[in-house]
Write a protein that binds this ligand. Structure first.
Ligand code: HDD
Length: 713
C-alpha cells in the first residue's frame, strides 16, 4: 500500500495558477493591453459590442455564483492527513486502515447547518464535520456532525425539518436561527427529535472553535474484513484540545463583533502552526449483538453509550494547510456518505438510506454536472477508468472508440476487478421482508436517551439547557406551540419543563394520553409512532457532558489573552505574561486605546495589536491588566470596564497585578461576587514570581461556569 508522506503528492493533481510575473490574458490566452478602459467610439462615445475583452470579463463575473448548499452552506475547510495509529485489518479490509504510520491525504470541512453562506459562525446549531479521505482505493467521505444523533429517523422528513428551521418563507426571517415558530411547531409535533433537541440546546451547539468539537458519524455503519465478515461500527472524532463551548450571550455578541470567528480561528491556528488534530475512534459491535440493546442500532436518534461499548482509537487527522482558494476548494468540495471504499459498508438506517440518494442529486444541482468528480478538490488519487462519457464541462479526454462494456474492440477493457483485486462488493446481508411504509416499533423510544443526556450533564450545563429553551421558546409567538413543547419536555424531565415554563410564564400541561400532547400530530393518530420511554442500561455518561468529557485536557494551546495596555504600562509585566503564554502555545494580544506604539514605563515601545474599537472581550479567552503608570487612564475608560464585565459574565479568567488590581476590584461585578472565585487572579505584588503560572493554571480550566446564577442550585 503506497503511503502519502504529506499532502504535496495530492497537490500535483490540482490545477493551480499563479499570476505572479505573468501577463494578464483573456480566457483564450490573448495578452491584454488595457484592462482599465472599454472599447469606445471616441473617448466620450458609446462602448462597442465588439469589445470581446469586456464581454468576456463581465460574462464571467455574471456567472461567478453557484447555488449555495441547501444546508451546511456556511463552512470552512482545510487540508491535512490521516495517520493510522492502531491498524485494524482484522475488522476491515479498507486499505487506508491497514498499517501503523500509513498516511492518507484529507480535506475537512466544518459548517453550520441552517444559515446561508454569509451567516454568522456562532449560530445555535449543529455543526457539520465532513472529511474526505483521498485513499489509494478511491474517495472515502465521512460526512459527520458534532452531535451523535439526528432530529429525525426517516429521510422523508428531512425536507420538512429543513423547511421548518430555515428562515420563514413569507419574510425570510430569522437568518441562521432556530428560535422561531416554524421550527418549534415542527419539533413539537416530532417527539423523535427530543434527544437531538437536548444536544442542540446544550453548549455543543455553540462551540468555542471547530478545533474543539467532537465529530460523530451518527449512523451505524459496517466494517467488512478480507473474509467478508462484518461488524457494526460507529465513528467518533475526539479533539486534541478537548470539547468546549462559549456562553450564549457571548455567542450572540461574537456574531456581531466577528461573524467569521470560527473561520478565522481555524485559518489562524493553521497559519500559526497550531495544527488542529483529532483522533478517529470506532465503537465496534459484533454482528451477533445487533438486537442486544434496548435501542435499535439502525435508529439515528440513538447513541451507543461509551460505557457499554468503549471507543477504540484507530488513527488521527492533522489539518496542516489552509486552502489556496476558498471557492475552488472549500466551496466546490462535494461530500457524499455514499463515497465508500471496500471494507466499509452501509446499514439499513432509513435516514442513511435517504442520504445515499440526496448527496449526488444535490451536487448535480449545485455544481451543475455529473462531472463534479473532475473538479480538482473532488478528484480521486486512485485512477479512474470507466465508460461514463461527456456531459457539461467534461475535463477528461477519453481516447479510443469503445465506451461500453462488454466489448471486444477494446480488448474487454476497462475490466472488472475481482474482490481479491480490490473490487467493491456489497456486504452479503440477508433481506427477507414485506414491502411496507412503516417504522419499526424498535424506533419508538423517543425520551429514554434524551433523559440519559440530560441526567449526564452537570448542574451548570442543565442550567444552560433551561436558559437556551427559555430563549428559543421565548421567541416563539404561538402559545400553543410553547405549551406543546413543555408537554414534550416534561416527558424528558419534569423539573426541566417546570424551569423552562417559569421563564415563559406558562404552566406545564399534564401528560394526557392524547396524541397532540405527546407531540404527535392529529394525522398521525393511530399510526405506529406512539412515543415511549425505555429505561436505559446506564443512568449517566460522562462522555455526553462537555464539562466531564474525557477528551478535555488542561491545554491552553492557541487560546488568546487580551492584555490591556496604555502608555506607561510595565514592559516587564507584558513581556513576562507573553513569554509564559507563548511557552504554552497560547497568544497574548495587546489591546490599547489606539493603534500604533504604546510607550512603556521604561521608555520602550510595544505595538498594539488592536484598539478598543477593533477588539472586544468576547473574542478572547482571558483578560489581563498589567501594572504601570497608566492606572488613571484605564480606570476611567468605559471600554475597559466593558471588557472586564463581559469577561466576568462569560466566566473567563481575569488577572491583574500591582496597582492594576484595583481596576478589577473596583469593577461593578465585584459587588455581585460572594467570594473571590478562582478565575480572578489578582496580586498587589508587581513582581510576583508565581503570577503568570497561576493565571495560566486558571486559564486551563477554560470557564468558571459556577460564577453564573445557576437554576439548579
Ligand atoms: Fe446532510 C450536507 C451531515 C442528514 C442531505 N450533511 C451535509 C454536510 C454535512 C452533513 C456535514 C455538509 C458537507 C459539506 O461540508 O459540504 N447530514 C449530515 C448528517 C446527517 C445528515 C450527519 C444525519 C445523520 N443530510 C441528511 C439527510 C439528508 C441530507 C437525511 C437528505 C435526505 N446534507 C444533505 C444535502 C447536503 C448535505 C442537501 C447539502 C450540501 C451537500 O449535501 O453537499 O444533500
Amino acid at each position: 500500500m503506497k503511503n502519502f508522506q504529506d499532502e504535496k503528492q495530492r497537490d500535483l493533481s490540482i490545477n493551480k495558477s499563479d499570476g505572479t510575473n505573468k501577463f494578464l490574458t483573456t480566457d483564450q490566452g490573448v495578452r491584454i493591453n488595457d484592462d482599465n478602459n472599454s472599447l469606445k467610439a471616441g473617448e466620450r462615445g458609446p462602448s462597442l459590442l465588439e469589445d470581446f475583452i469586456l464581454r468576456e470579463k463581465i460574462t464571467h463575473f455574471d456567472h461567478e455564483r453557484i447555488p449555495e448548499r441547501i444546508v451546511h452552506a456556511r463552512g470552512s475547510g482545510a487540508h491535512g492527513f490521516f495517520e493510522v495509529t492502531n491498524p485494524i485489518p482484522e475488522l476491515t479490509k479498507a486499505g487506508f486502515l491497514q498499517e501503523k504510520g500509513q498516511k492518507t491525504p484529507v480535506f475537512a470541512r466544518f459548517s453550520t447547518v441552517a444559515g446561508s453562506r454569509g451567516s454568522t459562525d456562532l449560530a445555535r446549531d449543529a455543526r457539520g464535520f465532513a472529511v474526505k479521505f483521498y485513499t489509494q482505493e478511491g474517495i472515502y467521505d465521512l460526512v459527520a456532525n458534532n452531535i451523535p444523533v439526528f432530529f429525525i429517523q426517516d429521510a422523508s422528513k428531512f425536507p420538512d425539518l429543513v423547511h421548518a428551521v430555515k428562515p420563514e418563507p413569507h419574510n425570510e426571517m430569522p437568518q441562521a436561527a432556530s428560535a422561531h415558530d416554524t421550527f418549534w411547531d415542527f419539533i413539537s409535533l416530532m417527539p423523535e427529535s427530543m434527544h437531538m433537541i437536548m444536544w442542540v440546546m446544550s453548549d455543543r451547539a455553540i462551540p468555542r472553535s471547530y478545533r474543539m468539537m467532537e465529530g460523530f458519524g451518527v449512523h451505524t455503519f459496517r466494517f467488512v474484513n478480507a473474509e467478508e465478515q462484518s461488524v457494526f461500527v460507529k465513528f467518533h472524532w475526539k479533539p486534541k484540545l478537548g470539547t468546549h463551548g462559549v456562553a450564549w450571550d457571548e455567542a450572540q455578541k461574537i456574531s456581531g463583533k466577528n461573524p467569521d470567528f470560527h473561520r478565522e480561528d481555524l485559518w489562524e491556528a493553521i497559519e500559526m502552526g497550531n495544527f488542529p488534530e483529532w483522533e478517529l475512534g470506532v465503537q465496534i459491535i459484533p454482528d451477533k449483538d445487533e438486537h442486544k440493546y434496548d435501542f435499535d442500532l439502525l435508529d439515528p436518534t440513538k447513541i451507543v453509550p461509551e460505557e457499554i461499548v468503549p471507543v477504540t482509537i484507530v488513527g488521527r487527522i492533522v489539518l496542516n494547510k489552509n486552502p489556496d482558494n476558498f471557492f475552488a476548494e472549500t466551496e466546490q468540495i462535494a461530500f457524499h456518505p455514499g463515497h465508500i471504499v471496500p471494507g466499509i459498508d452501509f446499514t439499513n438506517d432509513p435516514l442513511l438510506q435517504g442520504r445515499l440518494f440526496s448527496y449526488t442529486d444535490t451536487q448535480l444541482s449545485r455544481l451543475g454536472s455529473p462531472n463534479f468528480h473532475e473538479i480538482p478538490i473532488n478528484r480521486s488519487v486512485a485512477p479512474i477508468h470507466n465508460n461514463q462519457r461527456d456531459g457539461h464541462m467534461r475535463q477528461e479526454i477519453n481516447t479510443g472508440r469503445v465506451s461500453y462494456h462488454p466489448n471486444s474492440l477494446g480488448g474487454g477493457c476497462p475490466y472488472q476487478a475481482k474482490i481479491a483485486e480490490g473490487g467493491f462488493s456489497s456486504f452479503n446481508e440477508r433481506i427477507d421482508a414485506h414491502k411496507v411504509r412503516e417504522r419499526s416499533e424498535s424506533f419508538n423510544d423517543h425520551f429514554g436517551q434524551a433523559k440519559l443526556f440530560f441526567n449526564s450533564q452537570t448542574d451548570e450545563e442543565k442550567s444552560h439547557i433551561v436558559k437556551a429553551l427559555r430563549f428559543e421558546l421565548g421567541k416563539v409567538e404561538t402559545t400553543a406551540i410553547r405549551v406543546r413543547m413543555l408537554g414534550l419536555l416534561s416527558q424528558v424531565d419534569r423539573q426541566l419543563a417546570e424551569k423552562v415554563a417559569l421563564g415563559l410564564g406558562a404552566t406545564v400541561p399534564p401528560i394526557l394520553e392524547t396524541p397532540i400532547n405527546k407531540g404527535v400530530s392529529p394525522e398521525n393518530e393511530g399510526g405506529n409512532q406512539e412515543p415511549q420511554t425505555v429505561e436505559q442500561a446506564v443512568e449517566s455518561s460522562d462522555a455526553l457532558s462537555m464539562v466531564k468529557n474525557p477528551t478535555n485536557s488542561p491545554t491552553i494551546a492557541s487560546r488568546k489573552t487580551a492584555i490591556i495596555c496604555a502608555d506607561g504600562v510595565s514592559e516587564a509585566a507584558v513581556m513576562n505574561i507573553k513569554k509564559a503564554l507563548k511557552k504554552e502555545d497560547a497568544k497574548g494580544c495587546i489591546i490599547a486605546p489606539h493603534l500604533g506604539s504604546i510607550v512603556t514605563d521604561s521608555g520602550g515601545a510595544i505595538a498594539a495589536d488592536f484598539s478598543f474599537l477593533t477588539a472586544s472581550s468576547v473574542l478572547f479567552d482571558a483578560v489581563y491588566i498589567p501594572h504601570g503608570t497608566m492606572l488613571n487612564e484605564l480606570a476611567e475608560n468605559p471600554e475597559v470596564m466593558e471588557f472586564l464585565n463581559d469577561a466576568y459574565k462569560h466566566c473567563k479568567v481575569i488577572g491583574a497585578d500591582g496597582d492594576a488590581s484595583s481596576i478589577v476590584s473596583g469593577a461593578p461585578f465585584v459587588a455581585e461576587m460572594t467570594n473571590y472565585d478562582s478565575g480572578i487572579v489578582l496580586t498587589s505584588d508587581i513582581a510576583s514570581p508565581g503570577f503568570a503560572q497561576e493565571f495560566i493554571t486558571a486559564m486551563s480550566q477554560h470557564r468558571f461556569w459556577q460564577r453564573e446564577p445557576n437554576l439548579y442550585n
